[in-house]
Design a protein around this ligand. Sequence first.
Ligand code: LLP
Length: 419
Amino acid sequence: MATTHYFHYQNNQLFVENIEIAAIAAQFGTPTYIYSQCALLSNWQEFDQSLQGTPHRICYAVKANSNLAILNILAKQGCGFDIVSLGELERVLAAGGDPNKIVFSGVGKTTVEIERAIAVGISCFNVESESELERLQIIAKQYNKIIPIALRINPNIDAKTHPYIATGLHENKFGIEIEKAWPLCQKILTTLPNLKLIGIACHIGSQLMELQPIIEAIDCLDPLIQKLLKENISLQHINIGGGLGVQYQNETPPSIQEYTQTIRKKLEKYKLEIILEPGRTIVANTGILLTKIEYIKQTAHKNFAIVDAAMNDLMRPALYDAWQPIFSVFKKPHVKENTYDVVGPVCESADFLGKNRLLAIEVNDLLAIGIAGAYGASMSSNYNSRPRAAEVLVDGDKMHLIRRREEIPDLFRLESITN
Ligand code: LLP
């Protein structure tokens, strides 16, 4: 089973930490996201401790899982945050995050978002275009502030991942071409007095299985960093983004240790703070999506397990053809195994959670979809007018409801009928 030991079987029954998964289903219903606090803390500590002795900051990428409870646990550990919207900024603040440890990424920051980020004093804007630099200068001047910025560079490196989550190629909308970076730095220094260039950033993609593209990206940044240091520009940090992959099936991603040590080795000569923006590696293996089998449908061609979770709850299989592990909450040695497509009730053929899975199951059984802590709940929607799932966090033998299940009135609370 591709999951952490925080999710484990005892007498053929799945537990999270000290709690029976079935007890959570009984109390909160299904579909429900379930997270292990121990797993979260352990991932965070592994990341942070692997860089002990080197000036560094881990800015957790909020988009991976933006539940307030998750953000709060990380904030209490001293974690920083990588945000991409006003909503994420307000979530981090509401969860007790330190504004001074927030970096703001994204190609489309609006004026309202920038104003609020300046007002609360975030630590850095990761700027992705010349046009954004100009807007930042106008707003900073208006508020009579000098604001810290980093240039996010697009190094044109193939991260060798799914094309939808690759970000470091010229064809992607992200970052500033390396050839334009130096002229833009000069522009900042000479004509944009309210901007202070404190960093260089890059993020080449997500679910990376190899370190070589990251090494190549750093090599691509090197001449620019050297030039800036030579010109005595007071750079404070280099931000290598997030992107380290996790194991969903039988991939073998580099370990957190290998990843951070490779980056550390490449960057230590600059004597600058290292910023990383991991999302998936911090939360993916901390969560499962719990679902119940409503029907089993056997046809001449295929068997379907129709469950009460769907693509609106977990979009990754439909959107990226992603493989997520699926396992029974109760192992049933007496039930005959069969091959099933595990599908939801949404009216699209893309609504599957897994295809061709060997399972020993019966109607009303509980299934767990593993490695669902990252880009699960945070990408969920109300498609087919389905209320969003509940979220439960387990800490030892305690369970906390960290997001109540949406109810039917929540679905149209914001709508009105015209007269
Ligand atoms: N920093 C930046 C600027 C990013 O764009 C991202 C992710 C991260 C950090 C965090 O990357 P991570 O460590 O989580 O790989 N929905 C997709 C993943 C999209 C990632 C978008 N950017 C999925 O479910 O696979």
